[in-house]
Design a binder for this molecule. Structure first.
Ligand code: MOS
Length: 757
């Protein structure tokens, strides 16, 4: 019989709870150093223009101004992820409104602001492209005329303004569509949205006399920022220390260098510590938001509702630099397939340059956009066939042992249970419970991102345990989950675990707090370290107790054998005196997920590791006069494999739904001719607690073979299905299908008027 679990699976309070609820945690934006200067960034005012002149002479004469830097002051390097197309400052030309052109450091924030206003920049405007259609039109201006000279990972397919085209090709889609009784063609669009983290991007940088720089930053990926700064500053990574204090949310928006480089460059120039924090306007015009998309789907289906083939294309407006675009366009194709068995597929994801801000990663990158299209179309098909949308899904979903779209073997598949339980909970048998009221359902799948994690673990002389990880706690509770794994494995309490995290000098490498991977990967690294420590503890205890190591076990902070026992505290002290101390390291990298390489082209993410499955159901009402949508109930059934801490899994579900409802109903960064017209939190409308019902979570547990205790990634998935679930419920409520996000009151009213002229 499996031993009873004492710590994992329990709703224990977070290891970082006390500091956060009492306001004692220091966030990056709170962090100060003596003598610190304030840095600010001058941003371009033209969507596409040659820079004729930058004149900072007047700015430098203003009181308190210590430095102004621009492209001429930094090494001429291009950096980036899959494609290196970015520079610190615009060189020769600007490619979007908001692109950094210069930066200043001053004694006060006000003086820095005044200096920005005193820098004269003269632009010579160039023709620009403002959307995907414009960028792909014959003869369109190129956002990067020298794109072919940029370095990139070799698998990308690039052409002009296309910075990647990823494909899945399976079976024979022509045949699949020919075999269908009906073929459905639809087009969907989604808009650019911001992650909406509470704390803006912030960094403080200071150089020491040895020429090393330390940066306190609220990045999700300290090791990634270390490497990028090494390229920008032309230094070995070992001379760059990134430390992560508290982070007020990231959601993918803080993966890549944001303001750290400006702080480091200004600090080097002035010889003083420098802090840079973004404003709301900078966040909404020059951060890394979720890409707007156009999705085209052509889906074949038999009369009895079996999917025979699907052709799909999704175009990501990735902005002026590739950013996450090439990868996001790849992931999207796996979402376009849906969690369905479809024998014939031709799916393409395009990342397209435009003269807008550089879009990036946002919780489940590509997920909501592609899922909105797929799951809206499933409902349209069900209606056309006279089928219940739930039944159409149940007829086609993947089940245990099925193949994914690229041929991966699917195991631990809890999708049917998710669909049935979400439907039961929402009362699916009564889909239109009143006038202008309706219920919608949507389902999907997602990955647990790979990448390696390492931990150091030490048993302290009081018997507590130090867990040292390179991952940052970005607010999800993931490191509490990992600490629960460690506590379980060492038979100590969660409160015995003392966490040190996210410091590129003192903590081991971690691929970082991204991709729903942190508790999964760090937890597995903890298992490896605990196994090592058990061997050490048992060897010591064996001598101490005069018992063979095989007869020993860990129990409640002790090593025990029959009636004999010795505490971890005593063993730690003993080891410190005679054995060098009880320390271990553990590492983990997810094993590769096999797939059929012949089915993919230019694909950066060809299979989903330890995939999760989920179904969302919503019950809402639409006011036919005003178009206002009121959510009455929202249910999520998510196959999390195993809930390491049910409270924080539910927290992820609640937050993910809130963010998703924002994208569904109200959020949009609105561009007009290359300029954001709503760069403030009054006009960019995020939902508040008053806009949301209580989110009901159902935790479905079909374990992953790889995750700690069977856990799968949980952070991103809840953000995927809300737009589709809401769109489907709106259609059920009022009989009108909105195919573009956000589904604003205005769109609903206009659609209703068209329906009944
Ligand atoms: Mo995420 S978008 O991998 O933080």
């Amino acid at each position: 019989m499996a031993p009873e679990l004492r710590v994992v699976g329990k709703p224990l309070p977070r290891v970082d709870a006390y500091g956060k609820v009492t306001g004692k945690t220091v966030y990056a934006a709170d962090f100060t150093l003596p003598g610190m200067l304030f840095g600010k960034v001058l941003r371009g005012t033209e969507p596409h223009a040659r820079i004729v002149r930058i004149d900072a002479r007047r700015a430098l004469t203003l009181p308190g101004v210590r430095a102004v830097i621009s492209a001429a002051d930094v090494a001429d390097v291009r950096y980036g992820g899959a494609l290196k197309d970015e520079t610190v400052f615009a060189r020769e030309k600007v490619r979007y409104v908001g692109q950094p052109v210069a930066a200043v450091a001053a004694a006060t924030s006000e003086a820095a602001e005044a200096a920005l206003a005193a820098i004269d920049v003269v632009y010579d405007p160039l023709p620009a492209v403002f959307d995907v259609e414009g960028a792909l039109a014959p003869g369109a201006p190129l956002v990067h005329e020298a794109w072919e000279t940029y370095s990139a990972i070799p698998i990308l397919y690039r052409e002009g303004n296309i910075c990647n085209r990823a494909r899945i090709l399976a079976g024979d889609v022509e045949r699949g569509l020919a075999e269908a009784d009906r073929v459905f063609e639809h087009r969907f669009t989604t808009r650019m949205v911001h992650q909406g983290y509470t704390e803006p991007r912030a960094a403080v940088a200071a150089w020491d006399s040895a020429g090393q720089v330390t940066v306190w930053s609220n990045t999700q990926l300290p090791f990634e920022v270390q490497n990028t700064l090494a390229e920008i500053l032309q230094l070995p990574p070992s001379r760059i220390r990134i430390l992560v204090p508290g982070i007020g949310g990231g959601f993918g928006g803080k993966l890549r260098v944001g303001v750290e480089h400006f702080a480091a460059l200004l600090a080097r120039k002035t010889g003083r510590p420098v802090r840079v924090i973004t404003t709301s306007e900078e966040e909404l015009t020059a951060a890394y938001p979720r890409q707007g998309t156009i999705v085209e789907l052509k889906t074949g289906v038999t009369r009895d509702g079996r999917l025979t083939g699907k052709q799909g294309r999704i175009f990501f407006d990735t902005g002026a630099f590739a950013g996450s675009g090439p990868g996001v366009a790849s992931v999207a194709t796996l979402i376009l397939a849906g969690p369905y068995c479809i024998p014939n597929l031709h799916l393409e994801g395009y990342a397209v340059y435009t003269n807008k801000t550089n879009c990036g990663s946002f919780r489940a990158p590509s997920g909501p956009q592609a899922n909105f299209a797929v799951e809206s179309q499933m409902d349209i098909i069900a209606d056309a066939l006279g089928m219940d949308p739930l039944d159409l899904r149940l007829r086609n979903i993947v089940r245990e042992g099925d193949e994914g779209p690229t041929g991966q073997l699917l195991t631990g598949v809890g999708l049917e249970e998710c669909l049935r339980r979400a439907a039961d909970a929402i009362g699916w048998n009564d889909r239109r419970p009143g006038p202008s009221r309706g219920k919608g359902i949507a389902c999907g799948w997602w990955t647990t991102t790979g990448g390696s994690s390492g931990v150091y673990v030490k048993i302290n002389p009081d018997g507590t345990v130090a867990l040292n990880t390179g991952a940052a706690e970005i607010g999800t509770g993931a490191l509490t989950g990992a600490a629960q794994v460690l506590a379980e494995q060492l038979s100590v309490e969660l409160s015995d675990i003392n966490l040190v995290s996210a410091d590129t000098y003192s903590t081991p490498f971690d691929f970082g707090a991204q991709g729903s991977r942190t508790a999964f990967s760090v937890g597995n690294a903890c298992r490896a370290a605990a196994a090592d420590l058990r061997r050490q503890l048992f060897a010591l205890a064996s001598r101490q107790l005069g018992v063979e190591p095989d007869a020993l076990e860990l129990r409640e902070r002790h090593v025990v054998a029959g009636g004999k026992r010795v505490s971890l505290a005593d063993l730690s002290r003993l080891s410190q005196q005679s054995g060098g101390g009880l320390i271990a390291h553990g590492t983990f990298i997810a094993p590769p997920t096999p797939y059929d390489t012949k089915r993919v082209e230019a694909h950066v993410y060809p299979a989903f590791h330890s995939p999760s499955f989920h179904a969302h159901a919503v019950d809402l009402a639409v006011d036919p006069e005003t178009g206002e949508v009121t959510l009455h109930r929202y249910v999520v059934a998510q196959d999390v494999g195993f809930a390491l801490n049910p409270t924080y899994v539910e927290g992820q579900i609640e937050g993910g739904v809130a963010q998703g409802v924002g994208q569904a109903l109200s959020e949009e960064i609105v561009y007009e001719n290359g300029r954001v017209v709503n760069p403030n939190l009054t006009d960019y409308k995020m939902p508040t607690t008053l806009d949301l019902p209580r989110i009901e979570s159902i935790l479905v547990q079909h374990p992953s073979a790889v995750g700690p205790y069977g856990a799968k990634g949980v952070g991103e998935p809840p953000n995927i299905e809300p737009p589709a679930a809401v769109a489907n419920a709106v259609a059920a409520a009022i009989g009108v299908r909105i195919t573009s996000l956000p589904i604003t009151a205005e769109k609903i009213v206009m659609a209703l008027r068209k329906e009944t002229p």
